[in-house]
Ligand binder design. Structure first.
Ligand code: FES
Length: 177
């Protein structure tokens, strides 16, 4: 580059890229609008999604009866559990038939008939020494084994004993038959 050209370049006025008033306004208003919209929308998104992200309550155990009251004759207990499922909280009432087996272990059967879901009862004149379902005549043994009509044994509750009390947990498939 010769000397003259160098001088020309050195004296050229620097062109500044200036922002027009219109651009400035649209950037400023756009930014402020986005900020305010975010402030309004983010809490709503969080509210909508939060229950899904939260850990579901693990199947807790519920204290239902004193261990000393459980005998080889099934006893019916009724209890409530607290359930949280996403946005929906409920306290359904449940029932169980609790028995001490020949092995000395306490077990609890769900009363929900495995035919079509009616509630079974223990014994009585209708079916001495058996569970029976009033809807279509299903019969079950004391361990919950299906003897008539129903295709499967009665489900069980998970059972824990602590300080002389029996606690029931989630329902599981029958492990006794
Ligand atoms: S529902 Fe129990 S026998 Fe049908």
């Amino acid at each position: 580059m010769d000397h003259n050209k160098q001088q020309e370049t050195a004296h050229k006025p620097v062109k500044r890229k200036e922002m027009s008033r219109r651009q400035f306004l649209s950037y400023t208003l756009g930014g402020a609008g986005a900020f305010m919209a975010g402030g309004a929308v983010l809490p709503m998104i969080r509210f909508a999604v939060d229950p899904i992200l939260q850990k579901k309550e693990s199947g807790g155990f519920v204290k239902v009866i004193e261990e000393s009251q459980v005998t080889s004759e099934p006893t019916e207990v009724k209890f409530k559990i607290h359930q949280v499922d996403g946005w929906y909280e409920s306290d359904p009432k449940l029932a169980a038939w609790i028995t001490k087996g020949d092995d000395g272990k306490i077990y609890a059967l769900s009363p929900v008939c495995k035919h079509l879901g009616c509630m079974v009862s223990w014994g009585g004149d209708a079916a001495p020494n058996k569970y029976h379902c009033p809807c279509h005549g299903a019969l079950y043994s004391k361990d919950g084994q299906a003897l008539k009509v129903a295709p499967k044994p009665l489900d069980e509750y998970e059972v824990r004993t602590e300080n002389g009390w029996v606690y029931l947990g989630p329902i599981i498939p029958n492990s006794r038959v």
